[in-house]
Ligand binder design. Structure first.
Ligand SMILES: CC(C)(COP(=O)(O)OP(=O)(O)OC[C@H]1O[C@@H](n2cnc3c(N)ncnc32)[C@H](O)[C@@H]1OP(=O)(O)O)[C@@H](O)C(=O)NCCC(=O)NCCS
Length: 428
């Protein structure tokens, strides 16, 4: 079999559990105006949305149009004001908003028609007045006029999704008194996903914003990071919106708008490629402290007795605690892992363990991802590990089999020939 065929079949197999997991779930996807203005990216994305639909996922597409609106207003030599980073929509500008947003919508519908025809899929994308808006009002003495906020969503959208159609939502929404409002669509996407209790909210944002964020965050970590003063406004806003939506959306994925295929990578690959905010997790992933030594010992001692982990004493743990990371729930250590540097470019992952009561919830994967991110940021390009029982789990997470001779020299000296552990390695 050729390499490309092998890759294809392996990738499809790897995607299988995710396909089953996402079927019949609701996914809200936010496309900023910058993304839509890249026709190639838009066409690619529409094909992927058709694919999601064919896999049984219910998709709500929310569109932004900021750069397009800026361009229209500039073309007509119109100026506008902002307050708290939000545009004030004047009544006499509204026709330009309607014209521009109508144009953006048509562009998406056209790309969609092409994508569904190419994939011989007879689905339609439907827009409707599901979102009920209210005026943003007067803040700090400044009237936001026709800038609105999300008030609620008409439950009829569910019929559209259940009927096998894709719902399209633009930045324009209407109040119950029939007024037209321009809404911040990214905020709107959060509100819609919360109102629909969506399984996933997927947001395209700038690559620069993503650079400031780690690969995964629990809500507790999100709250801590949102306070970081050096964080760019866009990143702060996204984290704050995630916090505001509480636990109503299970998972929020942030993806680079320069990578349309990020949508499929995030949904169907183990490692994803953006930032994932888990709101359905109550645990904390953090660096270990001396106080955690007893908790780590309780976790690893049964595994040491079974010969799954090598023996570490209380004294050695105390000495090496800075290398450890732990997962904690209600002051109880339920997971640990250690990262030992070997030289400037090589490190060893060791002592990965999850409490048996908490296995099978991807917590081992979360710890592994955290260690890998930490190693990568420290300039490590190859991660090694030695295992006697867990080889397959690591291979499923991208490690490949190596030999003791491939370990850096200083680590080879400590290789325990009696244990005959398998050496695995991964390029980061
Ligand atoms: C390996 C370990 C850390 C995984 O933690 P986890 O939180 O359960 O991992 P995830 O939820 O991400 O993955 C669970 C999957 O891994 C599989 N798995 C667990 N142990 C495995 C092993 N030894 N070999 C192959 N697959 C294994 C589970 O069957 C499950 O598969 P499924 O999703 O098809 O049901 C955990 O099983 C553990 O603590 N094992 C004992 C300690 C150990 O072996 N550590 C490695 C030392 S080098």
């Amino acid at each position: 079999m050729r390499q490309s065929e092998l890759d294809f079949t392996n990738n499809l197999r790897q995607a299988s559990p995710y396909i089953a997991q996402h079927r019949n779930k609701t996914l809200v996807l936010y496309l900023p105006g910058e993304f839509i203005s890249n026709l190639k990216a838009l066409q690619q994305l529409c094909k992927d949305v058709v694919l999601l639909h064919n896999l049984g996922i219910k998709v709500v597409l929310t569109l932004g149009a900021s750069p397009q609106i800026d361009a229209t207003l500039n073309r007509h030599h119109l100026t506008w004001q902002t307050h708290q980073n939000t545009r004030i929509t004047e009544a006499n500008h509204l026709p330009y908003f309607q014209e521009t947003i109508g144009g953006v919508r048509a562009q998406v519908e056209a790309a969609f028609s092409q994508a569904s025809a190419e994939q011989k899929s007879h689905i339609t994308i439907v827009s409707g007045n599901w979102v009920i808006a209210q005026p943003k009002g007067v803040i700090d003495g400044i009237d936001f006029q026709h800038t609105g906020t999300f008030r609620k969503i008409n439950s009829a959208i569910q019929n559209t999704l259940d009927g096998g159609q894709i719902a399209l939502i633009t930045p324009l929404a209407y109040s119950l008194t029939g007024e037209v409002f321009n809404l911040n669509t990214r905020d709107q996407a959060f509100a819609i996903a919360s109102a629909l209790s969506a399984e996933k909210l997927m947001i395209f944002t700038s690559a620069d914003t993503l650079l400031q964020l780690p690969k995964s965050l629990s809500l507790t970590e999100t709250a801590a990071l949102a306070q970081t003063p050096s964080l760019a406004i866009e990143a702060q806003r996204l984290l704050q919106s995630a916090l505001n939506s509480g636990r109503k959306i299970n998972r929020i994925h942030l993806m680079s708008q320069d990578m349309p295929s990020a949508l499929l990578m995030e949904l169907f690959s183990r490692e994803g490629c953006g930032t994932l905010i888990y709101t359905d997790r109550y645990h904390q992933l953090r660096r270990a402290q001396l106080d955690d030594v007893m908790g780590i010992l309780n976790l690893i001692q049964p595994l040491q007795q079974q010969g799954i982990l090598t023996t570490r004493t209380q004294a050695s743990l105390e000495l090496e605690i800075d290398h450890y990371w732990v997962l904690e729930i209600d002051h109880r250590i339920i997971g640990c892992a250690a990262l030992y540097p070997i030289d400037a470019n090589h490190a060893e992952l060791a002592c990965l363990a999850i409490d048996p009561d908490y296995r099978g919830q991807s917590l081992g994967e979360e710890l592994l991802n955290a260690i890998q991110t930490k190693a990568k940021h420290s300039g490590i390009h190859t991660l090694f590990l030695l295992t006697t029982h867990t080889q397959h789990w690591f291979i499923e997470h991208g490690f490949i089999e190596g030999t003791p001779a491939q370990l850096p020299k200083q680590r080879q000296a400590y290789y325990n020939n009696q244990r005959q552990s398998k050496v695995l390695k991964k390029s980061l």
